[in-house]
Design a protein around this ligand. Sequence first.
Ligand SMILES: Cc1cn([C@H]2C[C@H](O)[C@@H](COP(=O)(O)OP(=O)(O)OP(=O)(O)O)O2)c(=O)[nH]c1=O
Length: 191
Amino acid sequence: MLILASKSPRRQEILDILGINYSVIPSDFDEEGVLDSPSPIALAEILATLKGRAVSNNNYGAYVLSADTVVEVDGISLGKPKDFGESKEMLKLLSGKAHSVITGVSLTKDGLLLDSFSEMTKVYFKNLTETEINWYINTKDPFDKAGGYGIQGPGGIFVEKIEGCYFNVVGLPLSRTANLLRHHDLFKLGV
Ligand SMILES: Cc1cn([C@H]2C[C@H](O)[C@@H](COP(=O)(O)OP(=O)(O)OP(=O)(O)O)O2)c(=O)[nH]c1=O
């Protein structure tokens, strides 16, 4: 049995593409305060693993897939903005330059980490005007998203180009997640 330890509807939509059976049990692991950790690559993988372990500990026998997305710009790791002000600060930081979106993915069973990886996508933002930033924050789209924007919604108008996996930016790198699940016999092509 496979569990997706995530409340993110985007992660569910991406996993649904594989057409496999799984259940959803969101993790109650509290990420607060862990953001001061080492590199964003390590951070995303550590957070994904801690989220997964919290669910795995209560669901023995099940494989637990979990993920965490972090945005890094100018050496600063960004999580989700808490309010209008923080959202504005993040968008100003991202304006007119490239940043990294890193998603860590973990597979856990019986409280033990079986596999994990981090995937990075480079995202290039256009220069943002004050009007664009205020308009976007008023859509309320930034608040449940790392870095304070979503490429798949109205925030997509700020993105000039990306290098790497699109699904990774949205929260679950499809190709590498499929490889990981195949490696553990949790996704079979059935031909
Ligand atoms: C950069 C970016 C992030 N995001 C989302 C992906 C993640 O859902 C979210 C980052 O927060 P996460 O803490 O990674 O995930 P979550 O709290 O939404 O869900 P859970 O921990 O239960 O799995 O930001 C987008 O949807 N689009 C984007 O362009």
